[in-house]
Design a protein around this ligand. Sequence first.
Ligand SMILES: Cc1cc2nc3c(=O)[nH]c(=O)nc-3n(C[C@H](O)[C@H](O)[C@H](O)COP(=O)(O)O)c2cc1C
Length: 268
Amino acid sequence: MSHDSTKKTITVALGVCLVCSVLVSSAAVGLNSIQTANKKLDKIKNILAAGDLKSEGQNPETIYKEKVKPIVIEVKSGDVLPESKYDEFTKPESFDIKSIVQNPDYSTAIAADQDIAGIKKKPNYMVIYEILGKENEVEKFILPIYGKGLWSTLYGFLALDKDLQTVKGITFYEHGETPGLGGEVDNPKWKASWNGKQAIDENGQVVIEILKGIVDPTNPNANRQIDGLSGSTLTTRGVDHLVKYWLSEQGYGPFLAKMKKDGADEKI
Ligand SMILES: Cc1cc2nc3c(=O)[nH]c(=O)nc-3n(C[C@H](O)[C@H](O)[C@H](O)COP(=O)(O)O)c2cc1C
């Protein structure tokens, strides 16, 4: 067979394809566990960041174990699910929003006129995180939030003070918005501007809003307002809507109302 015969060319091409596909699939399978571990660590780091828990050289997983207590809530009722009722979908260690909403037994369709976060379905259960103080008292709640921006669904955490009204931090651990535009949701200065703002009033109404433009500090409502990201009105509107959705009756409202009734905001 001559070196440049058609048969030999095809054989060599097929051989190269076979070797490459084996290499790529072995890498994908081999790296799967590392990717899962990295994703878990990234989530932990984001929970700590939202809770303003600095790792300062310490292992984030150690701080998480010491300072963070995950609890599972039934979203509709706001009831805390007892550990004895955890199952493969609800247990905090493996809880995954994307998986749970795919399961019709564990998710609920959202009526279009109520779906301001643009998520179509919501999980029936959510894992939220209590940040514990020195005496193991709850200092703040880290609430998972997610919803549509311009190009993507943004996934993040909102930290709420034990007063159940004041924002203590916000962070997004996954989104596909444009760097420099909608991607400015990751801008540390913008995220810091949320700290101390009033999200919910005394009556449990959601009052926080992101403006199209800059907050006027002399406005009496300035403590409930956040600067819009310039050139990114659509992402900004998405974040405004998803925050409002998750803090409302549709989201954590029932849980927050129960916490208030139980006096969580007074155990200071
Ligand atoms: C390539 C490209 C990427 C964009 N990415 C975003 C984005 O991630 N988020 C966003 O809100 N707007 C983005 N925009 C701009 C929007 O199309 C729209 O013009 C903008 O949200 C309006 O904001 P403004 O009223 O503050 O100018 C992008 C525009 C272009 C051309």
